[in-house]
Ligand binder design. Structure first.
Ligand code: GLN
Length: 200
């Protein structure tokens, strides 16, 4: 099935460029999103089929979002439209953020602890089996958060040391690692499938 979707990539800060590359390689059109208008489109017509919120520094992204009503626009958007958050993006989507606590969009019923792996082992590349079809998945963790609680509606598709690292709840997908930094496009393909099922 063709991935003929237009997918927004939040481009306020962080690792958005690699997402564009992966999306393009899968046949989707990527659109950088820097303003609330770019998110909602003109004349009330949605400009994008889904949104990726990249990794980076969630506190910095939050600062940008708190200008020009962007936070509220994004919160309404993610309440109804497929959204995939990686790392800092996952932190922004969470219901509760700890270590330290900060404001979030509360679109995904998880509690997430920032910078949870400490300084020594804050970054790691692991390969582990997941619920995705095919081989074990390479997962790049960079100053990663840890999902310490997942609500009953949240499905864990991959774990690290018993904690979920790839989760799905309805139209929301989140990873505490960076799938855009691996050559394997299966997580992005999963997001396309989620968009396809959501639009049915
Ligand atoms: N440590 C970052 C934060 O708390 C997330 C790191 C990342 O996105 N790679 O926002």
């Amino acid at each position: 099935m063709p991935n003929s979707f237009t997918i927004g990539v939040l481009a306020l800060q962080g690792a958005y460029a690699a997402h564009v590359k992966t999306l393009t390689s899968l046949g989707a059109t990527a659109k950088l999103i820097r303003t609330p208008d770019e998110l909602t489109g003109a004349n009330g017509l949605p400009a994008i089929d889904g949104l990726i919120m990249p990794g980076g520094e969630s506190t910095t992204m939050l600062k940008f979002l708190e200008h020009h009503n962007f936070f509220d626009t994004l919160q309404s958007f993610v309440a109804t439209t497929p959204t995939f958050g990686t790392c800092a993006g996952a932190i922004l989507l969470a219901k509760d953020v700890e270590h330290p606590s900060q404001r979030s969009l509360a679109a995904l019923d998880i509690t997430i602890e920032r910078n949870a792996y400490g300084r020594q082992i804050d970054s790691a590349i692991l390969t582990a089996p997941t619920r995705l079809e095919g081989d074990p998945l390479e997962m790049v963790f960079i100053r990663a958060p840890r999902i310490t609680r997942a609500g009953p509606g949240v499905e864990a598709l991959a774990t690290r040391d018993g904690f979920p690292v790839l989760v799905c709840q309805g139209h929301i997908l989140a990873a505490t690692f960076h799938p855009e930094l691996s050559q394997d496009p299966r997580v992005h393909q999963l997001f396309m499938n989620l968009i396809r099922n959501h639009s049915r």
